[in-house]
Structures are given as structure tokens and as C-alpha cells.
Design a protein around this ligand. Structure first.
Ligand code: C2E
Ligand code: CA
Ligand code: CA
Length: 520
């Protein structure tokens, strides 16, 4: 069976679970978000690097182009005549190592060596035959073995005459392609299938290491590309995650805490009871009260039932004490009153029929019970007599005498529920002057078994009789108990022996087939 602590514990655990799930989701989301952002940022670094390098190379080559175009007019003139102007022109361009004039497939003049005699198409087939504009090569003349870049500017469409500029590419390379760690580990300049890498004077094809990824970008203006090798962005972004963890944890804990606070109301039993009232999860059941003289049913006690789709049936032993503590008992009692009134046409319409409702002692405070009766009960002009069963789990407070007399004047009977247990002490007999005492089911259960409790039962019975108070015995389950109580003059019996609590709507059918039970 559920106890209040279990229900509260369930709500608490659910709340904790939801808060924890939110916190974990926030943590995952924050880390994922930071990971994606970081990955994007890392991926952008080689792109920026390549764009920048290409721009700078393009800027380097464009004045060379202009100079070469200017020098095209010198092609065909005698080397002796053009050698000096050639030197002068090229002296302004620091990146140039040498300029060669080519006429009719003859390399016939060099800015460094003057007159030359080599065949252009044999020495530089890529430029002459394949119509390439650029070529990576190795210096054979001046600094033997050092890498050079050849820039070919043809004069004629047949590619047999033009200007060939020899560019000091290693210097440029070292200056323009210095790696940007940690994103760019290796930077490579490629022309026509040949590559020159930063820090490596050899012209060879570069391949990335196993854990490296490559990024390549080509120039829009010249036939070269830049290749970059570096660690995978995913890997690098993953490596940054530990440093993001403290902030992400803080954020997730904060969100979890906010959810914890925000669900305080929603996940509480008071919220559930309020919600249950509006969602019509509560039902009113009734249990017949049997007159021991006639054996007829001369009343019912109304008992609340709660079916909560989230938790199933919740026993009144669980939710009533909690509702009392949370000041939610009055709305529940009002619900019982409304339901009783709604079902009045189904109940026997005579003053000898009793309708008993359970009212918590706190409902007596500030005349709340009389106000509610005024508002809900009396306007319906019910013929059956109302019994208010007063229960208090902790201690019956000092109930205002005026309320008691008000109830009596209005013809309401007052019963003390669970008499003999807990705090229902003898002194209340005087202060409350009840019309009815309800003998608790533990005393009924003791009949024929437990000597002490059975004695208390007898004492309560004789006490009530001496004070002229009616008696109702609860929890009658056997014929033996019924006979015993009836023999001792208890007026009314209630228990599974006669009927279990039933939906109030089922009561007329039960009443129609009810036969007084024979007694010994
Ligand atoms: P109670 O007022 O003493 O109600 C009698 C309880 O005994 C009911 O339990 C009833 O189902 C149970 N009962 C009846 N006959 C027998 C029987 O033969 N054997 C046994 N073992 N039990 C029997 P229930 O309905 O679970 O209610 C428990 C308590 O919750 C009630 O005790 C009452 O104090 C409280 N309660 C129920 N409905 C309301 C309500 O509308 N307002 C208030 N304030 N309290 C209520
Ligand atoms: Ca009761
Ligand atoms: Ca009881």
C-alpha cells in the first residue's frame, strides 16, 4: 500500500529525474554546439591562410607580367643592344633572378649572361610545346640545384618567341608560406604537377601524413595552387572540449536547477490534487449505513476516490492527510458536497435517511464549513439528514462552540470519526457534544479476538449509551461482529459485511436489491 511518504518520494524522484535529464541534455547540447562552432572556426583557418597566400603570390606575379609585356618589344633585337636595358628593367624587380629573351625558338639573350644559344623547345618543352605559362624547375646556371619558377610570356601565338622570367621562388616560398600552427602544418606551392614545400628546397610531390588532412585552392589569375596539410578539424575541435567542460557543466547545472525550481509546483502533490479536481479525476463513492433494529439501510457515508492516470488509484489514506497538510482539503470536501447534491435525486428523499460526509477539523476554522454549507448544501433543500464526520489526524483543535451550535440549529448531526484512536480523546465529548460516535474499525476487528481492544469497544459503547450518543461501528466484516454489536445496542453498522464502498451512482441499484440480513 502507498503511504504519503512514498507518493512524495515518487514526485521528488520524478522531479529529480526530469531536472537531471534537462541538465544532461543541456550539457550535451552545449558541448555539441561548442564543438561545431570550434570545428567551423578551425576549418576556416586553412581557408583564410590559402586565400591570403594566393593573393600575395598573385600580387607578386602581376608586376612581373607587366614588366614582361613591356619587354616583349625587345624580343628580336640584338642581345648586345638590349642587354643593358634588360638589366635595368629587371633590377627594379627584386624577385627576378634572370630574364631570357626567346626568338624563333632560340634562347638568345640572358639578363645575367648576355648572349646565349639554346633551343627553347628542347630546354623548356612544357612551356614551349604544352603552352604552359609557369613551370617549377631547378636552377642549372646560377645557384645550381636551387628551385626556381619560370614565367613564360609568349610574343607570338606559335609560342616560339617571348620573354622567360626566372623567379627566385624558394625565397618567396619561405616568406609567403610559413606554416600557421596548429591549423596549418605544411604549406605547398604547386605548378604543373610539381610542388615546392615550405622549408624544403626540393621540388617533389608532397603527400599528407596519415593523420593529416589536405586543403587545396587555386589562383584565379595564374596556373598555380596552394596545398595545405594539417590536423583534422574534428580532431582539433575534440581536443578543445575539455576546456569547454567547466562552463558547459555550470550551464547545465544552472538549467537543471531552474527546472528543479520550475517544477516545484507542477510536480507537487498539491498541484496534482488541484489538477485532479479540474481534470475530474476524483470520484465520490458511498458506503451504506445499516440500522441494526430494522436491518435497513438508513444512510450512506461519502468517501472520496482518486484515479490519477499518471499514478493509478491513490488511496484516501495517502492523499487525504497530504491534502489536509497542504490546505487542499476544503476544495475536496466542497467537491464531495457538490457531488452529493448532484446525486440527490437518486437517494431516498426522507429525513430519516442520512448522508455522512467527512470534514477535516481545519475546515471548521473561520466558519468555512458553515459558509460552504450555506452556499452549496442548503440551497438544494435536501431532505436527507446531513451528518458531518469530524476527523483530525493530528489533534482536534479547539472548535468554535458557535459553529457547533450553528450546525445543530441547522439540523446537521455531528459525528466524531475514529473514536478511540489517536487524538480523539474523551474531552471532545464535552466540548463538541457530538450526536454520533463512530467506533473505529480496529475495535470492530478486535471483537472475539483481542482482549484489550474488545474491552475498549465495550467501554465506548456503554459510555455513548450513558451520554445518549448514537453509535456507528465501522469495519464490520463478519456476522459475528454484527451480532455482537447489535446485541450491545449499537445503532448503526457499516462494513464490507453489508457492502463495500461503491460509486454513488451504483447505490440505487444496490438499495433496490438490499435485503435485511437475518441475525442469530
Ligand atoms: P473513515 O472515515 O474511517 O472511512 C472508513 C474507511 O474504512 C474507508 O476507507 C472504508 O472504505 C473503509 N472500510 C469500510 N468498511 C470496511 C471494512 O469492512 N473493513 C475494512 N478494513 N475497511 C472498511 P477509505 O475509503 O480508504 O477512506 C480512508 C479514510 O480517508 C477515511 O476513513 C477518511 O478518514 C478519509 N476520507 C475518505 N474520504 C474522505 C473525504 O471525502 N473527506 C475527508 N476529510 N476524509 C476522507
Ligand atoms: Ca468517516
Ligand atoms: Ca475510521
Amino acid at each position: 500500500m502507498q503511504v504519503p511518504q512514498q507518493i512524495i518520494g515518487q514526485f521528488g524522484r520524478k522531479r529529480l529525474l526530469i531536472s537531471a535529464i534537462v541538465a544532461v541534455l543541456v550539457l550535451i547540447f552545449t558541448l555539441s554546439f561548442r564543438f561545431i562552432e570550434e570545428k567551423k572556426r578551425i576549418e576556416q583557418q586553412p581557408r583564410n591562410f590559402a586565400n591570403h597566400a594566393i593573393q600575395r603570390f598573385d600580387r607578386l606575379f602581376s608586376p612581373l607580367d607587366i614588366a614582361a609585356n613591356d619587354a616583349l618589344q625587345l624580343v628580336g633585337l640584338h642581345c648586345a643592344d638590349v642587354h643593358f636595358p634588360l638589366i635595368k628593367k629587371m633590377a627594379t624587380l627584386q624577385t627576378i633572378r634572370a630574364v631570357l629573351l626567346v626568338n624563333n625558338d632560340q634562347v638568345y639573350c640572358s639578363s645575367i649572361f648576355g648572349k646565349r644559344e639554346t633551343i627553347f623547345s628542347t630546354t623548356y618543352p612544357d612551356l614551349a610545346v604544352n603552352h604552359q605559362r609557369m613551370m617549377l624547375s631547378v636552377d642549372h646556371d646560377l645557384l645550381k640545384g636551387s628551385p626556381i619558377l619560370l614565367l613564360w610570356t609568349p610574343k607570338s601565338a606559335d609560342n616560339r618567341s617571348g620573354i622567360l622570367q626566372i623567379i627566385n621562388i624558394e625565397m618567396m616560398n619561405n616568406y609567403l608560406l610559413a606554416p600557421a600552427l596548429p591549423w596549418v602544418e605544411r604549406a605547398i606551392f604547386n605548378v604543373g604537377g610539381k610542388s615546392l614545400e615550405f622549408g624544403n628546397p626540393l621540388i617533389e610531390k608532397a603527400t599528407p601524413a596519415e593523420d593529416e588532412v589536405s586543403y587545396e585552392k587555386s589562383s584565379q589569375h595564374y596556373p598555380f595552387t596552394i596545398t595545405l596539410f594539417g590536423p583534422a578539424a574534428t580532431h582539433m575541435a575534440l581536443m578543445t572540449l575539455p576546456s569547454q567542460l567547466p562552463l558547459a557543466l555550470l550551464l547545465s547545472l544552472l538549467m537543471g536547477y531552474i527546472v528543479w525550481l520550475a517544477t516545484a509546483n507542477r510536480m507537487s502533490l498539491s498541484w496534482q490534487i488541484n489538477y485532479g479536481l479540474s481534470a475530474q479525476e476524483f470520484m465520490v463513492y458511498c458506503q451504506p449505513l445499516i440500522n441494526t433494529k430494522s436491518g435497513d439501510c438508513d444512510g450512506i457515508e461519502l468517501l472520496l476516490r482518486w484515479y490519477n492516470p499518471r499514478q493509478g488509484w491513490i488511496s484516501p489514506e495517502v492523499f487525504i492527510p497530504l491534502a489536509e497538510r497542504q490546505n487542499l482539503i476544503a476544495p475536496l470536501t466542497r467537491f464531495v458536497m457538490r457531488e452529493a447534491i448532484r446525486h440527490l435525486p437518486l437517494l431516498p428523499a426522507r429525513p430519516t435517511f442520512h448522508i455522512a460526509i467527512n470534514v477535516a477539523a481545519s475546515h471548521f476554522r473561520d466558519h468555512a464549513i458553515t459558509d460552504d454549507l450555506q452556499r452549496l448544501w442548503w440551497p438544494a433543500n435536501p431532505l436527507p439528514q446531513l451528518i458531518v464526520e469530524l476527523t483530525e489526524r493530528d489533534a482536534l483543535p479547539v472548535v468554535d462552540q458557535r459553529i457547533i451550535s450553528h450546525l445543530h440549529q441547522a439540523g446537521v448531526k455531528l459525528a466524531i470519526d475514529d473514536f478511540g484512536t489517536g487524538h480523539s480523546s474523551l474531552s471532545y465529548l464535552k466540548t463538541l457534544s457530538p450526536d454520533v460516535l463512530k467506533i473505529d474499525k480496529i475495535f470492530t476487528a478486535a471483537i472475539g479476538t483481542d482482549a484489550i481492544n474488545a474491552t475498549v469497544t465495550d467501554m465506548v459503547i456503554s459510555l455513548a449509551q450513558q451520554l445518549n450518543i448514537s453509535l456507528v461501528a465501522e469495519g464490520v466484516e463478519t456476522a459475528e461482529q454484527a451480532n455482537y454489536l447489535r446485541a450491545r445496542g449499537v445503532n448503526t453498522l457499516q462494513g464490507y459485511f453489508y457492502a463495500r464502498p461503491m460509486p454513488i451512482g451504483d447505490f440505487p441499484a444496490w438499495l433496490a436489491q438490499h435485503q435485511p440480513k437475518p441475525y442469530d
